[in-house]
Design a protein around this ligand. Structure first.
Ligand code: PHE
Length: 340
């Protein structure tokens, strides 16, 4: 019997087969167990001889099974290791990585620069109503900017109201003044929409609105904030700007600010040249706007500005065509260092 079981153990090629052999010999109804049970019917003399003999057999078979089991496990491990080998000398397969879009990157930079100057970030929504986008901002009825030419109007809703895609971030001025008490110092970055398409216009673009409302704010503060901002953003004091009188219904006086630049080959360069790019509109908040928000214009006044983020990005990164920013062309993004 012993030779027979040992042969079966040696022949077992996997753990399941080996276990079947174990059950056949040492299990409850196994051959060895049955012999052990027969000890009860033996004479004391027989039992004295057979007892130790059977126990010895049981131990020997048990250790033979353990040894075989260890061997099978080791072999299985070797097999797994051999089949899962990694050749660390192979070159790495290039894997394209995502990166932050240049416009998002610039918006984050702006938020950091203005945070240093004490501005908090405020938010509005892309879909606005006529009141916040126009009326509260002192747009007269029939003002050309309300015209369908520039504004994307939504279908009338259940109440017959025609919402718009906000044409600027200035409605956030209204939302902020109606919900906070001065002193107010916020910027509002976000998307805005106008029906327009050329080298420096896309139907969706980005602005950062700025608003300061306090008791003794004046135009000098406005200019100082903008100059400090430009020096920090372009990382130089060489930026040449010009302040041009302008008109906005919601500021008085109003101005636009241009940055001097030139085209060098396919790129755009700031600080030299004879071209001007308009980067923002600004002014002292109109008393009507302050009144429309429930504040007293004799007590409070302040300034506001709205800058074109995309234009700032063009100037900073030297990209000549704004439309490229929204074409999702990996080669373009790579060329301007925005993706690997
Ligand atoms: N909202 C104006 C625009 O879109 C910019 C602006 C903002 C002007 C704040 C003055 C004050 O052109």
């Amino acid at each position: 019997l012993e030779q027979d079981v040992l042969a079966q153990i040696a022949a077992a090629t996997d753990e399941a087969g080996l276990d079947a052999v174990r059950v056949g010999a040492l299990g409850k109804k196994g051959s060895v167990s049955l012999m052990m049970r027969s000890l009860g019917g033996m004479s004391p003399e027989e039992r004295q001889v057979m007892g130790p003999a059977l126990n010895g057999l049981k131990d020997r078979l048990g250790s033979a099974i353990e040894a075989r089991k260890a061997m099978l496990e080791a072999a299985a491990l070797d097999l797994a290791l051999a089949s899962e080998t990694i050749d660390v000398s192979l070159p790495v397969r290039p894997e394209p990585k995502g990166s932050i879009h240049p416009i998002t990157q610039v918006m984050e930079e702006l938020a950091v620069i203005f945070a240093d100057m004490g501005f908090a970030v405020a938010e509005g929504s892309d879909v606005e109503d006529d009141f916040h986008n126009f009326t509260a901002l002192n747009f007269p009825e029939g003002h050309p900017a309300r015209d369908t030419q520039d504004t994307f109007f939504m279908k009338p809703d259940a109440e017959g109201q025609r919402k718009v895609l906000r044409t600027h971030t200035s409605p956030v001025q209204i939302r902020t003044m109606m919900s906070q008490t001065p002193p107010i110092r916020i910027i509002a970055p976000g998307r805005v929409y106008r029906c327009d398409w050329d080298q420096t216009h896309t139907p969706m673009f980005h602005q950062v609105e700025g608003l300061v409302i306090d008791r003794e704010t004046h135009m000098g503060h406005l200019k100082g904030v903008l100059q400090d901002f430009l020096a920090a953003f372009f990382e130089t004091d060489e930026v040449v700007t010009r302040f041009r009188p302008h008109h906005f219904p919601f500021t008085e006086p109003s101005a636009e600010m241009d940055v001097r630049y030139e085209r060098v080959g396919q790129a755009v360069k700031v600080g030299s040249g004879d071209q001007w790019m308009e980067i923002l509109g600004c002014g002292m908040v109109h008393p009507n706007v302050i009144r429309n928000c429930g504040l007293d214009p004799d007590e409070y006044q302040g300034f506001a500005f709205g800058m074109g983020v995309d234009r700032l990005a063009m100037l900073k990164y030297g990209a000549p065509d704004l439309r490229d920013f929204f074409n999702s062309d990996q080669r373009w993004l790579g060329h301007y260092g925005f993706s690997p």
